[in-house]
Design a protein around this ligand. Structure first.
Ligand code: TYM
Length: 333
């Protein structure tokens, strides 16, 4: 039986953080043995914030090294850079003809970005979900391991795939599903600032590449409160966030221990934070060491990018030919 296809991607704006790792990369790692896997670096998407050429290039290189350091295996999965596969941009142009202004303007991520960067509300931001749909469906992906923040973008990709199939009355694209390990909810890793998700632009993230000293400093500064005053009281968001992070990186015993202290009003947040910081460091240190090693090996990075580009182009051009045929492009020469 043919393997089903999985695809996911990350924008190369800075370093990978714990949200990227636990929201997307970890699920992907669990799939690379059993599925036909594509993992890519969304460098075209990152142009919405106008990086300098130097930042763009170093970001791509860094994220590639980080993927590899996390354990994504280029012999098993296809690791590639979005701009190395021009077929994606072509499909994006076609899909844009069936994407409507109203639905794009209503997308939460567009509204958020328009608020965050009011002087740069460009068309790329508006059609961001269309490019993302092109990324996914050009490889006919069945599953997309992403965090909760991408739920709506993935819903749009499903919509565009269905719309294309319906318009041309042909099942060209499978309808991509979100993938979560064990079928649970999509993951949202919280930030350290008391509310919301961990994010690159939110300034509340811990990066995989972060050194232990900086991790300790960031965790010790995380927002807390003056402590519980009643037994078994509900945790406010900032405290719940620290426990959520702990659930992700620490053992169940550790979580139960601190939960018990909280419920008995005996918790000392300093102790919890110290423990949390060391557990995060235990997770990230080996990855950080591998990142440093891989970044020194330009020839290896180039080899991986080339191999990935070739495999991804082969798959993308197969779909694009089919799409062009279905749309009705015929050569006159
Ligand atoms: P990006 O670069 O913002 O994030 C990459 C991946 O990390 C996940 N993630 C999180 N998951 C849980 N908790 C968090 N705090 C958290 N922060 C980030 C994201 O859900 C994502 O899976 N648009 C995408 C990149 C992209 C893409 C695609 C992904 C472009 N085309 C096609 C999948 C399929 C993005 O900006 O992700």
């Amino acid at each position: 039986m043919n393997k089903q296809t999985v695809l996911s991607g990350i924008r190369p704006t800075g370093y990978l953080h714990l949200g990227n790792y636990f929201g997307a990369v970890q699920n992907f790692l669990r799939m690379q043995d059993d599925y036909n896997c594509f993992f890519f670096i969304a460098d075209i998407h990152s142009l919405t914030t106008h990086p300098t050429p130097e930042n763009l290039q170093s970001g791509v290189r860094q994220v590639l090294a980080e993927y590899l350091a996390c354990g994504i295996d280029p012999e098993k999965a296809t690791i590639f850079i979005q701009s190395d596969v021009p077929e994606v941009s072509e499909l994006y142009a076609f899909l844009n003809m069936n994407a409507y202004l109203g639905e794009l303007e209503r997308t939460t991520s567009f509204k958020d970005k328009a608020r965050q960067q009011p002087d740069n509300v460009n068309a790329g931001l508006l059609t961001y979900p269309v490019l993302m749909a092109a990324d996914i469906i050009i490889h006919k992906a069945n599953f997309v391991p992403v965090g909760k923040d991408q739920e709506q973008n993935l819903e749009m990709a499903r919509k565009f795939a269905k719309r294309f199939n319906r318009m041309y009355n042909k099942e060209v694209f499978p309808i991509p599903q979100p993938y979560t390990f064990g079928g649970g909810d999509m993951i949202k890793v919280p930030g350290l600032d008391g509310s919301g998700k961990m994010g690159k632009s939110e300034g509340n993230a811990i990066n995989l590449f972060e050194d232990p000293k900086s991790i300790r400093k960031k965790v010790m500064r995380a927002v807390t409160d003056s402590g519980p005053t009643e037994m078994n009281q509900q945790k406010p968001e900032a405290i719940q966030n620290l426990f959520t992070l702990m659930k992700i990186v620490s053992t169940a015993d550790t979580v139960t221990h601190f939960d018990g202290l909280y419920n008995n009003c005996e918790i000392r947040y300093g102790d919890l934070k110290k423990h949390l910081a060391e557990d995060i460091i235990a997770y990230t240190s080996p990855i950080r060491e591998r990142i440093i090693e891989i970044l020194e090996d330009d020839a290896y990075l180039a080899k991986v990018a080339k191999m990935g580009a070739e495999k991804a182009r082969e798959s993308a051009s197969r779909t694009l030919n089919e799409v062009k045929d279905v749309i009705g492009f015929r050569k006159l020469f």
